[in-house]
Structure formats: structure tokens, C-alpha cells
Design a protein around this ligand. Structure first.
Ligand code: DGL
Length: 274
């Protein structure tokens, strides 16, 4: 058995279909600055949101096998689509604690709503799974949930089109039916969407509170590591290493822009080997 001191110094493994999971990494790094992190963004096979549950399970298990090879002490599924389609498969095969992103976001929305009318946006896969309806109504059965898939948002986020007229127009079309239902809280049920949060907030207006799960997920990560005695205790800031299944340059440019720091340790991998 591995020495617990040794396990504590291992990295947290995070995966997403691309850049979106960086929104979760940012929150985890802010709360747990001493933790080492290994991030894998599967941009070469994105989007996940339009793929079948079987494909998402296969991709997620490959991502986990890659992260396990990096000797991670925990896995964070920083992708709502993978959380809704593959959480059980990942949890049962990972061999380390696994944190997903749906339940923390759903719980935050239930705490924040005043009117009991919550909107949820996500990928087709996430919306069709109805995972948010189950998670929200499990917390509060009296809440009404209105949901909509916004598939183009992922491409806009991966392209770096985080602002501007085209993104604003697409957001207005996607969000109109939810706003007509008088929601007061909107769950960004895809980790790519916080990259567009400026535009989404502008279209929704001040009466709607946006829920980004990053901070709630980070709190669950801390609680899980602390509960298992696995928080890193050595002095010094954690190191972050990034892997992508597509262009290193694109990841570096957009990742640095989003994280507001130079993302340097980026490597390309062939995820199909796993
Ligand atoms: N960021 C992911 C999610 O939260 C997946 C987006 C996609 O690849 O379609 O659902």
C-alpha cells in the first residue's frame, strides 16, 4: 500500500472535453493553491455533448486511464456531459475518489432561487439525460425547472469567441424561451459556458442569478480530500500540467487568456492509446 504522505503529494486529475474544465480548475486552484493538478482537455474529440452515452462512457474511461497513469490521487469530472452519462462508470473503475459537477451546481441553484423557477442550460446530452431535473427536485421538489440545450456555445467557447455580436445574438435566441418562463436563477450546466458568462449575464439581465458550479465543486474537492486525509501538506505552490488531444498552441493561447496567467506546461497526447 502507498505511504499516505506520498499519496498526499500526488496531483488531482481533472478532465473535460476541452477548455471548459479550466473553469473548474480555476476554482480548485484558487481554493487549494498547494495542490498539484494534471488537466486533460479532450479537444480533439470534442464536442461530447452531441455524442451517445456509450461513446461518452468510452471516452471518459480512456481519460481516467490516462490520468491514473499520471498517479493522480483524485479525479474531477469537470464536464457536465460526462458527469451525467459516465459518473457511475468512472466512479466504479477509477480506484480513487471521484467528484462530478452536476450535484454541486444543482444544490447551489436551490439555495439561490427565490421564486422557485430555475433555468438550466447545457449540452444536448446533459439536457436529454434530465440529470439536473432529478438533482434539483431531489433537493427541493417544489422547484420548477425549465431547460434548454445550447450546443453552439461549446464551439464558440473552444474558438475563443467569448464575446461579440454573433455570440450575443446566439445567446439571445437560446435564452429567450427560458426568460419568458420568468426564471430567476440560471444554471450554466456545461463547464464551457462560464467562458461566455459576460454575454449570458448581459442577455439575462440583473434579475437572473447565474450559477457556475466551479466554487461549489472546489468545496466538494476540498471536503473529500480533507475527509480522506489527502490534502497536500508540503510547503510551496502546486504545479499545474496540461494535456490536450489537439493543438498545443490553441490550448496555450486560449488557456492563458482564460486563466489570466501563462499556461506553459502543455503536452499533446494520443488518447486513443488508453
Ligand atoms: N464542457 C462539457 C460539459 O460540461 C462538454 C461540452 C461538449 O464537449 O459538448 O458538458
Amino acid at each position: 500500500m502507498a505511504d499516505p504522505g506520498d499519496v498526499r503529494s500526488r496531483p488531482i486529475g481533472i478532465f473535460d472535453s476541452g477548455l471548459g474544465g479550466l473553469t473548474v480548475l480555476k476554482a480548485i486552484a484558487a481554493l487549494l493553491p498547494k495542490e498539484h493538478i494534471v488537466y486533460f482537455g479532450d479537444s480533439g474529440r470534442a464536442p461530447y455533448g452531441s455524442k451517445s452515452p456509450e461513446t461518452i462512457i468510452k471516452f471518459s474511461c480512456q481519460n481516467v486511464r490516462f490520468l491514473r497513469e499520471q498517479a493522480v490521487k483524485m479525479i474531477v469530472i469537470a464536464c457536465n456531459t460526462a458527469s451525467s452519462r459516465a459518473y457511475e462508470a468512472v466512479r466504479d473503475s477509477a480506484g480513487v475518489p471521484v467528484v462530478e459537477v452536476v450535484r454541486p451546481g444543482a444544490a447551489a441553484a436551490c439555495r439561490l432561487t427565490r421564486s422557485g423557477r430555475i433555468g438550466v442550460i447545457g449540452t444536448r446530452g446533459t439536457i436529454e439525460s434530465n440529470v439536473y431535473i432529478r438533482a434539483i427536485q431531489c433537493s427541493d421538489a417544489a422547484v420548477t425547472v425549465v431547460q434548454r440545450a445550447c450546443p453552439l456555445f461549446v464551439s464558440l467557447a473552444e474558438e475563443g469567441w467569448w464575446d461579440g455580436e454573433i455570440t450575443r445574438s446566439i445567446a439571445a435566441v437560446y435564452l429567450r424561451p427560458l426568460l419568458e418562463q420568468q426564471i430567476d436563477t440560471l444554471v450554466l450546466g456545461c463547464t464551457h459556458y462560464p467562458l461566455l458568462s459576460g454575454v449570458i449575464a448581459e442577455v439575462c439581465g440583473p434579475a437572473v442569478t447565474l450559477v457556475q458550479a466551479g466554487q461549489s465543486v472546489a468545496a466538494v474537492v476540498r471536503q473529500t480530500l480533507a475527509g480522506a486525509g489527502l490534502l497536500r501538506t508540503e510547503p510551496g505552490a502546486g504545479h499545474h500540467t496540461y494535456y490536450t488531444s489537439d493543438s498545443v498552441d490553441q490550448f496555450q493561447i486560449l488557456g492563458s487568456s482564460f486563466l489570466a496567467e501563462t499556461v506553459s506546461d502543455v503536452h499533446r497526447i494520443d488518447i486513443e492509446r488508453y
